[in-house]
Design a binder for this molecule. Structure first.
Ligand code: PMP
Length: 529
């Protein structure tokens, strides 16, 4: 393989380049098509590499899908406006309608979903958090206004002598019982208003499962469980509470711990009474139906049930992050469909752009949607004329022939899973587990930190074993995949629906060779650069 630019000074993330090189993953690709990437050989020819990383989930339709490429050329040749922010976008309206129709079909909600467009996955999740927080603050404001109203009415009633304040009202809020005069009234209302302001000012609570990955921007990184990504930035934004997936009842317990009670006053039968109100403290619950970077792990139906119940009680929206799992990859448009998961919000990105455009979207269920959000959230690049139209074409391709693409993803996934299962069965000491659905699969290796070969054990101890294997697959088998970002012992397989039987066989040969090497005590070393 030739490296024509190797001698040049590297200023574009050279540290990352060095890390890739240390695992033998420093490949340059010069062309892409379908499931293949091509490197340039020394003799000027091309070296094909089979791509199972699939753009980390953005290439369900493969690299350079011919219909998308032809359409993209057509759009550019026709001079279709690309950047025309703050104008009417009928194609965006059509895209939103199409997405809403598909999501309603799968979620079972009757209401339409409104769309806010963005550029990246993390950005769509940031928009979701902002919308949820705006909605929470508005609900909180409305509650405080109602309480203020009640307090004002009670003050008037005490002032004009039509009501008195019983001693128990003071006692319940921790004040000395007083006579019912104006000074006592002032003390009581001051106490209530101050206390309410403190409770209402508590930071919003965000809940998400352990293992979650929702992006690396300032807000979303707080919801990404991996401490390596999150810890340096903790001070920048509201913190999430991480809910274990395998302990039923924990979500309920955590939600119960996050309660804020506000007090108000009302007048009945000439007496001032205390009223209690639950303030909306929980901003949102956000989850991936199948965790991607957390190691291709599907949440259970029981967990989904608990999410629905707890969020309904708390009045908090359920945000379903389908950025990696959605767009048909699992055999349904949404991975949550099979789990009975119903989102108030959905986020989509990755394959929505068909591998050519950068586009993401936040969908919000009609009755939870706050139109004002549109006036305070935007991006120069969001909702651009090119990406909108490419995304519409992607949906057209997915929905064609009554969803043939979804059936294809499911059927190919079954075959790929069966092959991975046969590898696991033949190498039970090497392969710990295989997981996932459709073309969203993972293979977890047993921990190798006690391996006889020192470099392997060392890689395992520093969380780099998966990258060592990825390096071997690339260099030894011309096959590209990576570990999941937060579970580095799990390899990801996210090919496109163009996957062939030969390509499944190619992966099988590569995996069996890798397992042979690991099982054989590394008599033949995993190829190191
Ligand atoms: N959510 C999920 C579930 C993801 O898998 C990812 C990317 N791996 C993101 C959010 C972030 O998307 P992006 O990289 O486009 O910001």
């Amino acid at each position: 393989v030739s490296h024509p630019h190797a001698e040049e000074t590297q200023l574009a993330e050279p540290h990352l380049g060095a890390v890739l090189a240390s695992a033998g993953l420093d490949a340059e690709y010069v062309r892409a098509e379908g499931n293949m990437l091509y490197q340039r050989a020394e003799d000027g020819g091309e070296i094909p590499v089979l791509d199972y990383a699939g753009g980390y989930g953005s290439l369900l339709l493969g690299h350079h899908h011919p219909k998308l490429v032809a359409y993209a050329k057509e759009l550019l040749d026709a001079g279709v406006p690309v950047h025309s922010q703050f104008s009417l976008h009928p194609e965006a309206a059509r895209l939103a309608l199409t997405l809403s129709r598909i999501v309603r079909r799968e979620s079972g909600y009757e209401e339409p979903y409104f769309a806010i467009f963005a550029n990246t996955g993390a950005e769509a999740n940031e928009a979701a958090l902002k919308h949820a927080e705006m909605d929470r603050v508005m609900r909180l404001g409305a509650l405080l206004a109602t309480i203020d109203d009640g307090i004002t009415k009670a003050r008037e009633a005490v002032r004009d002598g039509s009501a008195t304040i019983p001693a128990e009202v003071f006692e319940r809020v921790g004040l000395e019982p007083r006579d019912s005069g104006v000074a006592a009234l002032n003390e009581l209302t001051h106490h209530l208003v101050t206390r309410n302001a403190t409770q209402a000012g508590r930071p919003p609570v965000l809940l998400t499962p352990e293992g979650s990955f929702h992006g690396k921007l300032v807000g979303t990184v707080q919801l990404t469980h991996n401490e390596g990504y999150r810890n340096p930035f903790k001070a920048l934004a509201a913190q999430a509470r991480f809910v274990p997936l395998d302990r039923p009842g924990m979500l309920r317990k955590m939600a119960d711990e996050e309660r804020a009670t506000l007090f108000g006053l009302e007048v009945a039968d000439g007496l001032v009474r205390l009223t209690e109100h639950d303030a909306p403290l929980i901003c949102a619950f956000i989850l991936e139906p199948i965790q991607g970077e957390g190691g291709i792990r599907e949440v259970s139906r029981e967990f989904v049930q608990e999410v629905h119940e707890v969020c309904a009680e708390a009045g908090a929206p359920v945000i379903v992050d389908e950025i990696q799992s959605g767009m048909g990859r699992t055999g349904d448009f949404l991975a949550g469909t099979r789990l009975g998961l119903r989102g108030d919000y959905y986020t989509l990105a990755k394959s929505l752009g068909g591998g050519l455009a950068k586009i993401s979207v936040l969908l919000v269920r009609g009755s939870r949607y706050q139109g004002q959000f549109e006036l305070i959230h935007s991006s120069t690049f969001a909702k651009d004329g090119f990406s909108n139209r490419i995304a519409l074409k992607v949906l057209e391709l997915l929905e064609a022939d009554d969803g043939a693409a979804y059936r294809k993803a499911a059927e190919l996934g079954d075959r790929l899973l069966a092959m991975l299962g046969s590898v696991r069965d033949d190498y039970p000491d090497v392969v710990k587990d295989i997981r996932g659905r459709g073309l969203f699969l993972g293979l977890e290796f047993h921990d190798q930190s006690g391996a006889p070969a020192a470099p392997v054990a060392e890689a395992a101890r520093s969380g780099l074993f998966g990258y060592l294997v990825a390096g071997h697959l690339l260099r030894g088998h011309r096959l590209r995949t990576f570990p999941t970002a937060s579970a580095p012992n799990t390899l990801r397989f996210e090919p496109s629906i163009l996957l062939t039987d030969d390509e499944i066989k190619w992966l099988e040969t590569a995996l069996r060779d890798t397992c042979d090497i690991i099982q054989g005590g590394y008599r033949r070393p995993l190829e190191l650069p």
